[in-house]
Structure formats: C-alpha cells, structure tokens
Ligand binder design. Structure first.
Ligand SMILES: C[S@@+](CC[C@H](N)C(=O)[O-])C[C@H]1O[C@@H](n2cnc3c(N)ncnc32)[C@H](O)[C@@H]1O
Length: 265
C-alpha cells in the first residue's frame, strides 16, 4: 500500500466520530461557548479530533465535515440563489408541492411541517402565503435553522415570508401542545438511500450523518393521521415505496419526488 494512502487511513482512524462547536470569529467566542453548552457539545479550539464541526463564522452557523478533502459547509440560507429561483420561478401555486398541500386561489392553509430539516419546503410554502410551524427534533439541525431564520429576518425582501415561519425544537409526536391545530401536516422524513450517487447532495449527506435514517417514519405517519388536520402530505423520493400504513388518497408526482396525500373525509 503506498505510504500516502497508509498515512491517510491512519489519520482518518484517529478522528473521533463526533462533533464539536468551533468558533472562527474572535468576536463570537462567547456565543460559541453558549451554543456548545446548550447543545451539550464540546467547544474546541483545535479542529483535528472531530469528524464534524458546527462552525460559527463571522456571518453564520454552518455544519462542516472535517478532514482532508471535505466539502464546504452547509448552512440554512433562505436568500440563496436556488431558493430565490424556486420562489420566483418555481411555478407558484401550480407547483406539485403547492397542489399537494391544497393551495387554492384564496386559501392559505396553516401548516405543521413536522420534519423541518433545513426548512426549504417550509420556506417555499410560506412564500406562497402559508403560515408554517416547523418542528425539528435534532438540536443541531434546529440550531442551523434558527440561525438561518434570524439572518433572513434582516433581509427586507424575504422578511414577510420569514415572519410566517416559526420553529419549535423537539419530536413532534411528544410536543406537549401544538399552538393551533394546523389544516395540513407535512412530512418529509429522511429516506434511507443506499446509493453513493452524486444525486444524494452534500446537504443530504451531512444531514443524514447527524439525524440518521428516520426509521420511525411509520409511527410518524400514524401520529399525523391521528391529528385533527384535514390533510397529511408525505414527500418521498421518486420511485421510493410509500411509508408503511394506509394507502394515500391520491399521489402528485414531480421531477424527483412524489407527494402522497392523505385526506380526511
Ligand atoms: C429529510 S429532512 C427534511 C428536509 C426538509 N423538508 C427541507 O426542505 O429541508 C428530515 C428531518 O426531519 C426530522 N424529523 C424526523 N422525524 C421527526 C420527528 N418525529 N419530529 C421532529 N423532527 C423529525 C429529522 O431530524 C430531519 O432533520
């Protein structure tokens, strides 16, 4: 085995498969220490020993894989070019996501996004006029989302959208109370992809490294269907089997995904 490969393998095997908070900006040191304390993570000054880092830069909070050749960090950026494009040219109320949640002309359903993740679906739905309560059970992902909301709230162009989005940390099945019964519950649990395809994007790979595969999705669907919401919408990758449980009332297809819609009679 070439020595360069052996050295790399040795270096990688010394990495503790754990995550720490790292501060890149001197002026945010105490914020980083407070964040680490609230998440129960170490706050490190030397990055070498961790597989992943939650990095507080001078601009934002981002999740980074650590080590040689690691890709750039992932942050929640509601002002990104991609989300701007989806917001302005994504098809409005005619897009499959909007049809799945039942957006009609003057209807603005209230939504509970029970699997908020990086908040992109919630943002698109809030941009279309819905009021969205986002629930995220991973404290690390929720911290990224909170940071994204705070930064986006300072951007006049998207502030009205952000004002329709609220985040609650915790498992939606055990929340003591949901402030208001939503019209629609939206679910997009992690799907256990086994392929290393480039289609499984960096964001999804890092998200999965933190939250795992959401193998309790059937219980989540059962919980959602037991709530008073008129409709439950489940996002699945194209071609993936439905979550085990009752058959959906109807299905809406889009390019890479599918929405299984369960309507109460
Ligand atoms: C695939 S991601 C969602 C991506 C999101 N739709 C977006 O647009 O960014 C799934 C997320 O749901 C969260 N999740 C799964 N089950 C949950 C539950 N019972 N309560 C709260 N969050 C949950 C996971 O922690 C993960 O962050």
């Amino acid at each position: 085995m070439p020595s360069v490969v052996r050295n790399y393998i040795e270096a990688m095997s010394r990495i503790d498969p754990a995550i720490a908070v790292f501060c890149e900006a001197e002026q945010h040191k105490s914020e980083a220490a407070e964040l680490a304390r609230s998440l129960g993570l170490p706050c490190t000054v030397s990055t070498g020993n961790y597989a992943m880092l939650l990095v507080l830069t001078s601009e934002r909070l981002e999740l980074r894989q650590n080590g040689p050749g690691a890709p750039g960090g992932v942050a929640v950026d509601f002002a990104s070019g991609l989300l701007r494009f989806r917001r302005l040219y994504g098809g409005g109320r005619k897009q499959p996501l909007a049809k799945a949640v039942g957006l009609k002309h003057n209807l603005h359903p209230t939504l509970l996004d029970a699997t908020a993740g990086l908040g992109r679906d919630s943002f698109i739905l809030a941009a279309l006029g819905c009021t969205v309560l986002m629930v995220e059970r991973s404290e690390i992902i929720a911290a990224l989302l909170q940071d994204g909301l705070e930064r986006a709230g300072n951007i006049p162009e998207i502030r009205p959208i952000i004002n329709r989005m609220t985040i609650v940390k915790g498992d939606c099945r055990t929340l003591v109370q949901v402030p208001k019964q939503p019209d629609v519950i939206y679910l997009d649990p992690m799907y256990p992809h086994r392929t290393k395809s480039a289609l499984v994007k960096k964001e999804m790979r890092l998200l999965r490294a933190i939250v795992g595969d959401d193998i309790d999705a059937p219980q989540l669907l059962e919980w959602a269907l037991s709530q008073r919401a008129e409709r439950v919408v489940v996002k699945r990758p194209k071609g993936a089997p439905g979550i085990s449980g009752p058959e959906p009332t109807f299905v809406i297809k889009s390019k890479n995904s599918r929405f299984d819609v369960y309507k109460k009679v």
